[in-house]
Design a protein around this ligand. Structure first.
Ligand code: COA
Length: 260
């Protein structure tokens, strides 16, 4: 598929999706959100893609937020629809993909940009990254899941402070908060994420998909995560990957997972 606002490249089991509107600091307009949905969907359905990395083009920004020029004149109904559609199409969609998604946060991750990073399964930041939810400074609140995922990741008090002050935190503060898992130099960011991806790829992709589902269940209303885990654990016993993983261990060799 060809895209105008993003690129998607496959190599060695990894699909790297790059948001490519550097002149607008990779701000998420409607077209970019749709293209991201399509690219994530395509990568998730591609049996050769074992890990997805998402990053921003240029050295300055991951994503500087939702494109403010697109919603500045919206009314109450349009505002609500913008959030609902965006959450369904991109943010909830990414969180629930069965393929692991790593956010490589290479600069500003603000508003919708931080919300996209938080919807990914985990985050790695470059030393120059700056993160925040500045929406209250625009007279609005985070609408792409930020009020829910930020407290999940950093705790309620820190989330309250970040949203109320609309301020930015640097990469080390984000590391301290647990918002990102690692901080590395910008030149090493993608390579570092690829190294983590190669570790992930050694393991069973079906087991990983079940694990993502079980971990996400902890954050879903009315869902008992322990029960989801029990069912997901049981499912693994019916897979070829389980047979291969346990047999390889008993035969003292490295597992070669068929991925089914
Ligand atoms: N929506 C639309 N356009 C955006 C944008 C956004 N969220 N963030 C940046 N841009 C555009 C700017 O309007 C500017 O476009 P122009 O050159 O046509 O005027 C271009 O990207 C470069 O941004 P600029 O503000 O000149 O860069 P800077 O280095 O001075 O500041 C930021 C960088 C990130 C601090 C600043 O761009 C900013 O505050 N952006 C908005 C962040 C935000 O509130 N996001 C939440 C949205 S809900």
């Amino acid at each position: 598929m060809s895209y105008e606002n993003i690129t998607s490249e496959f190599s060695n089991g990894i699909t790297t999706i790059t948001i490519n509107r550097p002149k607008k600091l990779n701000a998420l307009n409607k077209a970019t959100i749709q293209e991201l949905h399509d690219a994530f969907d395509e990568a998730n359905n591609d049996a050769d893609t074992k890990v997805i990395i998402v990053t921003g083009s240029g050295e300055k920004a991951f994503v500087a937020g939702a494109d403010i020029s697109e919603f500045a004149d919206f009314n109450v109904e349009e505002g609500g629809n913008l959030a609902a559609k965006g959450q369904a199409l991109l943010f909830d969609f990414v969180e629930h993909l069965s393929t692991p998604v790593i956010a490589a946060v290479n600069g500003f991750a603000l508003g919708g940009g931080l919300e996209l990073a938080m919807a990914c399964h985990f985050r790695v930041a470059s030393t120059n990254a700056r993160m925040g939810l500045p929406e209250t400074s625009l007279g609005v609140i985070p609408g792409y899941g930020g009020t829910q995922r930020l407290p999940q990741l950093v705790g309620k008090g820190r989330a309250m402070e970040m949203v109320m002050t609309a301020g930015m935190i640097d990469a080390n503060q984000a590391l301290h908060y647990g918002l990102v898992n690692h901080v590395v130099e910008q030149e090493e960011l993608i390579e570092f994420c690829e190294k983590i991806a190669s570790k992930i790829m050694r393991n069973s992709s079906v087991a990983i998909a079940e694990a993502i589902r079980a971990i996400n269940a902890n954050y879903e209303d009315g869902v008992n995560g322990f029960n989801v885990e029990i069912k997901a654990f049981g499912n693994c016993f019916g897979t070829e990957d389980f047979k291969e993983g346990t047999t390889a261990f008993l035969e003292k060799r490295k597992a070669d997972f068929p991925g089914g």
